[in-house]
Write a protein of this length. Structure first.
Length: 157
């Protein structure tokens, strides 16, 4: 019994070690924009690119221990911390990445443009791309083989 357990453990352990960890495809900071806005943008750049928000909420970001602000536009939300963009979430057509990907595009178009992605999700699939030289991500939420959300975010937690 002990030998059988040891052999089984060795086989399972070896298979686990041989399995490759998920790969991350990286995109350049220039590719990680939505309607010309990036995580390097400030509030003035957001307002210049998008105009006046339909709703604005001031708050405090506990993780960064800094003032925060959420600017809501038609189909797009921008979250700022200390006057810097930390997250852009797009749920409507009309806001494209520099490569032309927007809500409504097919999943295959995203993969053709950006390459293989780290994919996860329970209900919807999320194609996730790391941004070179940062702790930031460009993500595409996919439902029924179409982009339903584009999210650009900084992982500061």
């Amino acid at each position: 019994m002990t030998k059988l357990f040891a052999v089984g453990f060795l086989l399972v352990g070896a298979a686990a070690l041989a399995a490759e960890p998920p790969r991350v495809t990286f995109v350049s900071i220039d590719a990680a924009k939505i309607r010309g806005l990036s995580l390097e943008s400030d509030e003035a750049a957001v307002r210049l690119a998008l105009g006046s928000p339909t709703k604005e909420t001031a708050g405090h970001d506990d993780a960064a221990d800094a003032p925060s602000k959420e600017l809501i536009f038609q189909g797009l939300t921008v979250y700022l911390v200390n006057n810097e963009v930390y997250r852009i979430t797009c749920k409507a057509k009309g806001y494209a990445t520099p490569a032309g990907i927007q809500v409504g595009d097919e999943r295959q178009k995203v993969l053709s443009v950006y390459g293989p992605a780290s994919a996860f999700g329970h209900t919807d699939e999320v194609l996730s791309y790391g941004i070179k030289g940062s702790d930031a991500w460009l993500e595409f939420r996919i439902r029924e083989k179409r982009v339903v959300e584009i999210r650009l975010w900084f992982d500061y937690a």
